[in-house]
Write a protein that binds this ligand. Structure first.
Ligand code: PHE
Length: 339
């Protein structure tokens, strides 16, 4: 009996070693370990073994079974591995190849400045209002007290599509639309893209503005000054001071141009401010009563003030950018530096 057992063991181990695929392994399993299998029938022959030898023989049979089972498992592993490798080769994905590097973008300095200004204004209670870039002559000029053929149109020559339709030269156009629609008190900002027939080292035919308008019963130049001072401090830092110079805009009276102390040298004078200590950054003024009346607002009861920023210029001053062309070139290397 023991001899027979050894023979089964050696033979099945040999067969397992020689098996070429999983099917032959299964066949061997059935033939040796199955219900009618060789090892099973040996167990059945146990009654021919002397009772005192039975435990020892039983242990031998179990040992043989374990050896065969683990040999089968081991061989199965080998076949699994081969199969997996075949699958991987078929799908031809090289998992060791370095991945595609997705470049991370960066917000444009103008966008960042827009976000900053809008956040500051919204925190001060302004509502954001937007309007069309292709505008009628009325909303861009006439409604702002700039009649046809008036010399003040020269300040803002733009691109005409027809005699009455043009690319807006200022986002003040949105304010006229808002005054027609909303009842005072009004407190709005209008951010957006504007166009002018202007192109040189310091002027681009397309640029960005953010204009503000406040209309209420008791507003004055003093409110305008306080509000702009506080805004500029929030944008450029607490030490910032502002300076008003008399100016002219057809839609405000009185009008001012506002200078902001240079954030680079804090008013001492440097390259950025051309030694003056100040930068000319915005236009503002008390809304001309004529403009209020044209939009149907009672100028005896209400007064307003307005201001306008060139957002690109703000961004350039803030980020220390000296060449305006960089702002519109969309050079990724420039944007990356600005991160
Ligand atoms: N709209 C003016 C410009 O583009 C700026 C401005 C706005 C001036 C509001 C006064 C009041 O030049």
């Amino acid at each position: 009996m023991e001899e027979k057992l050894n023979q089964i063991l050696t033979e099945s181990l040999k067969e397992i070693a020689n098996a070429n695929d999983k099917t032959s392994l299964t066949e061997i399993k059935v033939k040796v370990l199955g219900k009618q299998g060789e090892l099973t029938s040996i167990l059945r022959g146990m009654r021919d073994v002397a009772p005192e030898d039975r435990p020892k023989f039983g242990a031998l049979v179990n040992e043989a079974r374990e050896k065969i089972e683990s040999a089968i498992l081991e061989k199965e592993e080998v076949f699994n591995k081969i199969e997996l490798e075949k699958e991987l080769a078929k799908s031809a994905v090289d998992i060791t190849e370095p991945g595609i590097n997705h470049e991370k973008g960066a917000l444009h300095p103008t966008t960042r400045m827009f976000n900053k200004l809008i956040d500051i204004c919204v925190a001060m209670g302004f509502k954001v209002v937007e309007g069309p870039e292709i505008e009628t002559d009325y909303y861009n000029f006439e409604g702002l007290n700039i009649p046809k053929n008036h010399p003040s149109r020269d300040m803002q020559d733009t691109f005409f599509i027809t005699e009455n339709i043009l690319l807006r030269s200022q986002t003040s156009s949105v304010q006229v639309r808002a005054m027609e629609k909303l009842a005072p008190p009004i407190k709005i900002i209008s951010p957006g893209r504007v166009y002018r027939n202007d192109s040189d080292g310091t002027h681009s035919p397309v640029f960005h503005q953010l204009e503000g308008l406040v209309i209420d019963e008791n507003v004055s130049m003093a409110d305008l000054k306080a509000m702009l001072t506080s805004m500029m401090k929030k944008v450029f830092g607490e030490e910032t001071t502002i300076r008003f110079r008399p100016s002219f805009f057809p839609f405000t009276e009185p009008s001012v141009e506002v200078d902001v102390s240079c954030p680079t040298c804090h008013g001492k004078g440097c390259k950025v401010c051309k030694g003056t200590g100040f930068l000319e950054l915005l236009g503002a003024g008390v809304v001309n009563p004529k403009v209020l009346e044209m939009s149907g607002i009672d100028s005896k009861k209400y007064r307003g003030f307005a201001f306008g920023f060139g957002v690109d210029r703000f961004a350039m001053v803030y980020d220390g950018i000296t060449d305006l062309r960089n702002m519109f070139k969309n050079d990724v290397r420039f944007l990356k530096q600005m991160k």
